[in-house]
Design a protein around this ligand. Structure first.
Ligand SMILES: Nc1ccn([C@@H]2O[C@H](COP(=O)(O)OP(=O)(O)OP(=O)(O)O)[C@@H](O)[C@H]2O)c(=O)n1
Ligand SMILES: C[C@](O)(CO)[C@H](O)COP(=O)(O)O
Length: 233
């Protein structure tokens, strides 16, 4: 069984919710940049055949990083929406990838992916017909708000999961799913949603809830604590 896989890392967002002049993937956390942490498990993995980092057209920082000289990494330019960026990443792999090769999509803004979770995902899905994603079961009670931020409804949390990344699909399935979403003008917020729209059911693989996405300023402090506690262990 061919064990190799490819990685697409969308890093072309505008980080509006972070509200920082520095794009969030280049902010420092636990002594490295967010994107260095996010890429580390893949660069260290023996079966990672190549990594495509999808950059914003106006990105001026990537070329200043040590990552820019890593032979395992190539870059391409993303688009206005996540879906456009991931499709650009798939396009950059087109000449090197086989249709049935696994492609993992991991947010540049997720620096806390444990290497053990990456292996768990790969082992769980290596023979899967569809693919799937790391996810964390919802443990809090969920409320839906009305226009006045009053509780409109308590949402039953049974069987609810929070989608994380990496999300892992065969190249030809993911490419077809995202092209279909694009042609329908569907705004998908993760890759699994595009695959679901093809009538497939991605597998949910339980992952570490500490695999957080850096979205708001307070997330940096959380990531700092998580990463430093792991280093100290
Ligand atoms: N057009 C886009 C939008 C997002 N992303 C990437 O997708 C990941 C997750 O997206 P998110 O956390 O929403 O990042 P931003 O879109 O930059 O954040 P915001 O919504 O606050 O602007 C990030 O690594 C981001 O760089 C991307 O490559 N291309
Ligand atoms: C892909 C993702 O991280 C799964 O939770 C999430 O959907 C990304 O959303 P964003 O708005 O692009 O941050």
């Amino acid at each position: 069984m061919q064990n190799r896989f490819w990685v697409v890392v969308p890093a072309a967002g505008s980080a509006r919710r972070m509200g920082n002049a520095v794009p969030k993937q280049y902010l420092s956390v636990a002594g490295r940049t967010v994107i260095e942490w996010s890429l580390a498990p893949f660069l260290a993995h023996q079966h990672a055949a190549g990594v495509v980092v999808v950059l914003a057209s106006q990105d001026q920082r990537w070329s200043q990083t040590a990552l820019a000289s890593n032979s395992k990494i190539t870059t391409t330019i993303g688009g206005a929406e996540r879906m456009n960026s991931v499709l650009a990443g798939l396009g950059a792999l087109q000449e090197r990838v086989a249709p049935d090769d696994w492609v993992l999509v991991h947010d540049a803004a997720r620096p806390c992916l444990p290497a053990s979770d990456l292996d768990h995902l790969l082992n769980e899905l290596s023979d899967d017909a569809v693919g799937g994603l790391l996810a964390a079961p919802v443990v809090d009670t969920l409320k839906r708000a009305d226009v006045n931020d009053r509780v409109a409804q308590t949402v039953p949390r049974d069987k609810l999961w929070r989608a994380l990344t990496p999300q892992m699909f065969r190249y030809h399935i993911l490419e077809r799913a995202l092209q279909s979403a694009l042609s329908r003008g569907a705004a998908v917020t993760d890759e699994a949603q595009a695959v679901e729209a093809l009538g497939m059911q991605p597998k949910l693989v339980a992952g570490d809830a500490d695999n957080i996405k850096i979205t708001l300023p307070e997330d940096l402090l959380r990531a700092e604590r998580i990463l430093r506690s792991r280093s100290a262990a």
